[in-house]
Structures are given as structure tokens and as C-alpha cells.
Design a protein around this ligand. Structure first.
Ligand code: 5RP
Length: 219
């Protein structure tokens, strides 16, 4: 079964978690795009969406779904998004698409985080996928030195600027045994806006696309 079919299947399954008449939090990336396309089929049942990126906002609007700011919407019942890696404890690496800061904010404001992934994203230990870190441009070299001191090999994502006007350092070579602790440590480096560890606010439900069907997992 092709990876896109698995992504489409989990996106479809996530619709069951969207309550009637709600404002839904929407993530970023190819799996989130499939979810947006599924959401369009029930758009008459929802009030609108809060998007975690300009790209997702554009796709939502293209389907005629109203996009609200998080400030207008307040707390959300549900946030649906993909991940680059996820463990059985529901800890994730996110930010492959560079939208990690807005994703973390919308996830924080949501009661339930539904993570939608194909089976390749499930791992025992986080860190094979380079950890994205959004950084204020003037702090880039300073932050990179701190990341080297922590044992990582940071690499600037060339030619990429986030929706917030910042740069991304992708950190290679980490074996993340304690994601909750590392998430806090990274957040305390001056110049770091957000790191791509989603461990303190982990997913509540993982919908995992496998060739045998969609598996539902919780921590
Ligand atoms: C974007 C993200 C995405 O959720 C993550 O990169 C997964 O993307 P995809 O569904 O395309 O595999 O964190 O910043």
C-alpha cells in the first residue's frame, strides 16, 4: 500500500474526532493536507478552523472553510496534525515542514491532539529524524554552538524562512532518551523560539496507518 494511501486513511479516520459545530485546529504537512480535504466534505458541520501555517490556511480557504485566528477562536476541542516521528508514549518530533511554532501553540490551546501518521513514523527512540529548532536569525550561531555542546550537529535549513520570519536549525545526531527534559533544556537557550519536541504536550491519540488498517493508540 502506498504511503499516500495510508495518510489518506488516517486523515479520514480523524474526522470521527471532530465534534459537530466546532472550530477545529488544523496542522501542516502532507498528512494534514489529506485531513483538510476530508474536512471539506463535512464543512457544513463545522464553524471553521484555526490553521497552524499560512499554507494550511490557504488550503482551507480554497475549500471554502472559514479560517479564524486563535485569538478569535479561543480554546479548541481538537487539533489534528501529523508528525515526523512519534513514540508509543505519544512524544513527537515535528517541524519537518517548518511550522513547529504555530503547531505547538495551536496544540497547546486544544483539548485533544489527534496525531495522524503512516506506520513509518512510529519509532522506539526519537532522534533519527533531525530535530527542527526555530531560531531568531541574529541568534543562529550562538544557538548552534549551544546545540553542539549538547551533542548535536545543527544544520541551517538553507533558503527557508518560517511564517514568523525566523530560521530553522535541523539538529542531527541526537538520541533522545528523555524528550520531556530535552524539550525544556532547548527552550531555555536564548534565541530559540520553539523546538520540535512535542513531549510536554504529547498527542492524546495516534491514528497510525498500516497496511492492515488504521490502528488507534493512546499513551
Ligand atoms: C510540519 C510538521 C508535519 O506534521 C510533519 O513534518 C509531518 O509531515 P507529513 O505529514 O508531510 O509527513 O510538523 O511542520
Amino acid at each position: 500500500m502506498a504511503q499516500d494511501d495510508l495518510k489518506r486513511a488516517v486523515a479520514k479516520a480523524a474526522i470521527a474526532y471532530v465534534p459537530d459545530d466546532c472550530i477545529v485546529g488544523v496542522g501542516t504537512g502532507s498528512t494534514a493536507n489529506f485531513f483538510i480535504d476530508e474536512l471539506a466534505k463535512i464543512k457544513h458541520k463545522v464553524r471553521g478552523a484555526v490553521a497552524s501555517s499560512e499554507a494550511s490556511a490557504k488550503r482551507l480557504k480554497g475549500h471554502g472553510i472559514e479560517v479564524l485566528s486563535l485569538n478569535e477562536a479561543g480554546d479548541l476541542p481538537v487539533y489534528v496534525d501529523g508528525a515526523d516521528e512519534i513514540t508509543r508514549h505519544m512524544h513527537m518530533i515535528k517541524g519537518g515542514g517548518g511550522a513547529l511554532t504555530r503547531e505547538k501553540i495551536v496544540a497547546a490551546a486544544s483539548k485533544k491532539f489527534i496525531c495522524v501518521c503512516d506506520a513509518s513514523k512510529l519509532v522506539d527512540v526519537l532522534g533519527k529524524f533531525p530535530l527542527p529548532i526555530e531560531v531568531i536569525p541574529m541568534a543562529r550561531s550562538y544557538v548552534a554552538r549551544q546545540l553542539v555542546a549538547l551533542g548535536g550537529q545543527p544544520e541551517l535549513r538553507e533558503g527557508f524562512t518560517t511564517d514568523n520570519g525566523n530560521v530553522i536549525l535541523d539538529v542531527h545526531g541526537l538520541q533522545i532518551m528523555n524528550p520531556v527534559e530535552l524539550e525544556s533544556t532547548l527552550d531555555h537557550i536564548a534565541g530559540v523560539v520553539t523546538n520540535g519536541l512535542f513531549a510536554r504536550r504529547a498527542a492524546d491519540v495516534l491514528l497510525l496507518g498500516t497496511p492492515e488498517g488504521v490502528k488507534t493508540m493512546t499513551a
